[in-house]
Design a protein around this ligand. Structure first.
Ligand code: NAG
Ligand code: NAG
Length: 503
């Protein structure tokens, strides 16, 4: 009997312990402030050019100091987009726009991280001022992607082709030009009170670049060809970027001509399923373009951004608010018109690779829209389901918490955050030894053995959010699994705002 009761008490102790462990994994204590700091630090790891003394990510060094030489321009600076060493200006501009929007909405919640967020924006805008220095010319990309992808090299000693691709009146690219205009206009709002002179320069350039984009219409697909396709090929046209650029210009200037442009052109955007390209894969989206937001589709972002102005007006007949509502209804788990799926662990999924880009950018829109709704006492109706602002925020919170470790694997998808995070991310600089420990040059294929090794990456790319798990919540921590293990600047940028909100 005695023995049995000992067994019983052992068992109940075990049960209590198990429950405690389970409770812990359910209500994992997340530190949003720490995650915010790291999400911004990540951008220092992606810097190209001459690094400033304030650089905190020390294992990175100066790189690509001759960029632009082939076209007699100074194109030193900017960001590498992801795990390679190409400067793709289309996603770089979107990244900068989203960093700026994050600061516009949530900068007052960033505390001491605000300074670093501003630096991250400026690293982008300083570079875009170089890329647009000559009127009616826009440098659209630096680095030949095919050449770059053929090597596994540190950015600090790459010897691949650094070809600069540029647009002119005869060879235009309205999508990338107008996204750069959006980035410059949004950033001019950020710097208005901090550095008036700089803000004015940004706004003046934004107008000039927007006019170039609008007056000389065409896609950089055609002007640059295999330099951009199939990498950041523009699949859904450039009208969304023209309207998006105009929306940011309107927000920055209140100039009615921009508002007229938005209203008269929004009809030309087709609200149907669209084809798009993510990291080289062509996919058909499932939600209709009102539900799309990313480096190639600005549709949902336009509707949310513009809703702020039109929501106040009861006689407004435009489609911005109805379409923003449709976005919300495409996302809410209990909505009858939901068009995304959720994994068992609760992560939002859309078709295509690098799924976390959707989770971060849509979470951003949910929170921003919830705040506009709150300010105007609105709810969203999805059939019989009535969604309050708090429902949108709760949904965004489930996504944030999942990304930071509240998921079946207990895995944080932000490198350097939490106890368990991806160790073998697909990122050249992070896998190869720093110049500090390996000062000798490493050639094109010298990095292969590091890529192929089964040991963790040598340098921690703190704050990088990777492509993320599969829709069964599994994750392969492998450099070969590009879709899951590669980070990208446009996955992080909207998350900066989201984390500031939850902090
Ligand atoms: C860009 O090229 C792709 C692939 O050839 C094509 O499907 C797409 O329609 C093009 N986009 C534009 C805006 O021309
Ligand atoms: C990446 O990992 C997932 C499992 O988590 C798997 O389904 C997928 O096929 C892998 N992709 C590649 C390219 O290995």
């Amino acid at each position: 009997m005695r023995g049995k009761s000992v067994e019983m008490s052992k068992l109940s102790l075990l049960l209590t312990m198990m429950m405690a462990i389970m409770a812990k994994s359910v209500s994992l204590k997340l530190n949003y402030g720490d995650a915010l700091t790291k999400s911004i630090l990540f951008f220092e790891g992606q810097r190209s050019g001459k690094l400033p003394p304030s650089q905190r990510m020390k294992w990175r060094k100066d790189s690509a100091l001759n960029d632009g030489q082939d076209i007699h321009m100074n194109m030193v600076g900017g960001y590498y987009d992801a795990g390679d060493n190409v400067k793709f200006h289309f996603p770089m501009a979107f990244t900068t726009t989203m960093l700026a929007w994050s600061v516009i909405e949530f900068g007052d919640k960033m505390g001491s991280d605000l300074q670093h967020a501003l630096e991250a924006i400026r690293w982008g805008t300083d570079y875009f001022l170089k890329a647009t220095k000559i009127p009616n010319v826009v440098v659209a990309q630096v680095g030949n992607p095919t050449s770059d992808h053929g090597c596994w090299e540190r950015p600090e000693d790459m010897d691949t082709s650094r070809q600069a691709y540029y647009l002119t009146q005869d060879k235009p690219g309205s999508e990338v030009s107008s996204e750069i205009a959006a980035a410059l206009a949004a950033s001019s709002i950020v710097f208005r009170k901090i550095d008036r002179k700089y803000s004015k320069v940004l706004l003046g350039r934004a107008k000039q670049v927007f006019n170039f984009a609008n007056n000389h219409r065409g896609s950089y697909n055609d002007s640059i060809g295999d330099g951009v396709c199939p990498f950041y090929c523009n699949f859904n046209g450039y009208m969304d970027e023209l309207i998006w650029g105009s929306s940011w210009l309107y927000k920055a200037t209140n100039d009615q001509t921009h508002w007229n442009f938005i209203k008269s052109n929004i009809q030309s955007i087709k609200f149907t399923s669209i084809v798009k390209n993510i990291n080289g894969f062509k996919v058909l989206t499932n939600g209709g373009s009102f539900a799309e937001f990313g480096w190639d589709s600005k549709h949902a972002g336009i509707n949310v951004l513009v809703s702020k102005w039109v929501m106040k007006n009861p006689s407004d007949q435009s489609l911005f608010v109805p379409n923003a509502n449709k976005l919300v209804c495409s996302l809410l788990p209990n909505s009858p018109t939901k068009s995304v799926t959720y994994s068992k662990g609760g992560l939002l999924f859309k078709v295509g690779s690098s799924n976390l880009q959707h989770a971060t950018s849509l979470s951003f829109l949910l929170i921003v829209y919830a705040r506009y709704m709150q300010a105007n006492n609105k709810v969203v109706r999805c059939g019989n389901v009535v969604a309050k602002p708090s429902d949108l925020i709760n949904l965004a919170k489930t996504q944030v918490d999942y990304i930071l470790g509240n998921n079946p694997l207990g895995m944080s998808y932000m490198v350097g955050y939490g106890k368990k995070y991806p160790q073998k991310i697909h990122h050249r600089g992070s896998t190869l030894p720093s110049f500090d420990v390996h000062p000798n040059r490493m050639g094109c294929r010298d990095g292969d053995k590091y890529f192929q090794s089964s040991t963790p990456n040598i340098n921690v790319l703190t704050g990088a959010i990777v492509g993320g798990p599969a829709d069964d919540d599994s994750f392969q921590d492998s450099r070969y699994n590009v879709s899951q293990s590669e980070p990208a600047t446009y996955i992080n940028a909207p998350f900066v705002g989201v984390l500031a909100y939850f902090k």
